[in-house]
Design a protein around this ligand. Structure first.
Ligand SMILES: *[C@@H]1O[C@H](CO)[C@@H](O)[C@H](O)[C@H]1NC(C)=O
Ligand SMILES: *[C@@H]1O[C@H](CO)[C@@H](O)[C@H](O)[C@H]1NC(C)=O
Length: 394
């Protein structure tokens, strides 16, 4: 199966390469064989487009555009949005092609999506002109989001203040949540209170995101009194201290290197009857690892397992990384053995650390066993693993 796909891909790639040099490239020629026996479904086309976009060396801008056109991407589906994002990331240095992509592939109906793509590419003036061509609350929210992802917070503030009146667009909860997020990310969260007043005056209902965005900003600036104030405000507006809110607070404290306080907060939460999730444990484990307290991280990891909670792969990968860094290869191997049956494998550099650590602590058989598995699993990395193997002490 894999071989068949590779063959198909190679054939398509050569067609694609030919299309890049042979004018005029007819739409569809890239992803469709000249005599299609079985036409591809739209999802297959998208998958193929993604592999072509990921190929190395990356296709030239014209070809990226042809690939997207041939796959007839539509932002309605998740996988197509993945393909779009990938195309945009490859077109950062070719703004004209990116404009072509936005104008020919996206209908005016997709203006908010085009705005976000321009933001992703750092082309804020294009995002703004797209807003002008179809102003709406959704476009406004997309524009604020575009400002945030491109790091243009001053522009976010200007747009938030002037665009709604100038273009007759009504801000909604999302609009306010976005501007509060922008404050939080740019060290200007003190502006939260006045914007929150405005929100209430306009009759726009805040939700939990409004408050967690503010809480995140106040933590980031270490304004702990304000965090308490926002929590009171939150309760007054009918948003309870739910698990997601606690998780945001735990994450913020851990990021500040205050994992002990985060743990105390979790205990307080437990007393009030809310149980932690694997996300809570993930933040705590990562926090204690970063602070060098591997014993506490391991204790929490055991506790999480006893409660029957399972994390996502990142949680385990990060724990294995820190255990290796700290020289605890036994526990790192235990954790690895727990996730291996799920086919979850940490990145090459972490696995290399683990293998070298095991070899250095007289567990050569296990080290070699892992190398064999890695070679089998990742043929593309077989040479790198061979190097690791040859460097092991004999
Ligand atoms: C708050 O409202 C916005 C806009 O409707 C929505 O995107 C967001 O998911 C909501 N947050 C929560 C926690 O429901
Ligand atoms: C795992 O969960 C954490 C916390 O919610 C998240 O930040 C991370 O991106 C997730 N990883 C993956 C691979 O989804």
């Amino acid at each position: 199966m894999a071989a068949a796909v590779r063959l198909l891909l190679r054939r398509r790639l050569s067609t694609a390469a030919a299309a890049a040099t042979a004018p005029p490239p007819t739409p569809g020629s890239i992803l469709n064989p000249s005599s299609p026996s079985t036409p591809l479904t739209s999802q297959q086309k998208t998958r193929l487009a993604i592999s072509l976009l990921k190929s190395s060396p990356p296709p030239p801008p014209d070809q990226i555009l042809s690939i997207c056109r041939a796959a007839a991407l539509s932002p309605e589906t998740h996988i197509d949005r993945v393909a779009f994002s990938l195309a945009v990331s490859k077109l950062k240095s070719a703004p004209d092609t990116l404009r072509d992509l936005a104008s020919t592939v996206l209908t005016p109906n997709h203006a908010p999506y085009a705005i976000v793509l321009f933001g992703q590419a750092g082309l804020l003036s294009d995002a703004i002109s797209t807003f002008h061509s179809s102003p709406s609350t959704r476009s406004l929210n997309a524009l604020l989001f575009a400002c945030i992802i491109s790091g243009n917070h001053a522009e976010a503030a200007r747009i938030f203040q002037t665009f709604p009146d100038a273009h007759g667009v009504k801000p909604d909860t999302d609009t306010f949540n976005n501007i509060i997020k922008s404050f939080a990310e740019s060290g200007t969260i003190r502006s939260f209170y006045s914007v929150f007043d405005e929100m209430c005056k306009k009759g726009v209902k805040p939700n939990a995101t409004t408050f967690t965005n503010a809480i995140t900003g106040f933590y980031k600036e270490e304004r702990f009194d304000d965090v308490e104030k926002v929590i009171e405000l939150m309760k007054k507006h009918g948003c309870g201290e739910s698990l997601p809110v606690y998780n945001v607070r735990v994450h913020c404290l851990c990021k500040l290197g205050r994992s002990g306080e985060a743990k105390a907060l979790v205990n307080e939460m437990l007393k009030k009857g809310t149980k932690p999730s694997w996300v809570t444990y993930g933040h705590l484990i990562h926090g204690f690892c970063r602070e060098g307290d591997l014993d506490e991280a391991k204790r929490l990891y055991k506790e999480m397992g006893k409660k029957g909670l399972e994390g996502n792969c990142s949680l385990y990968f990060s724990l294995i990384y820190f255990l290796c860094k700290g020289g605890d290869f036994d526990t790192a191997l235990e954790v690895y053995n727990e996730i291996a049956p799920k086919n979850w494998v940490p990145c090459f550099s972490t696995m290399k650390m683990l293998v070298n650590g095991l070899a250095g602590t007289s567990r050569m058989d296990e080290a070699k066993g892992i190398i064999e598995k890695m070679k089998e699993k990742f043929p593309a990395k077989a040479d790198s693993w061979k190097e690791v193997e040859e460097a092991l002490p004999q």
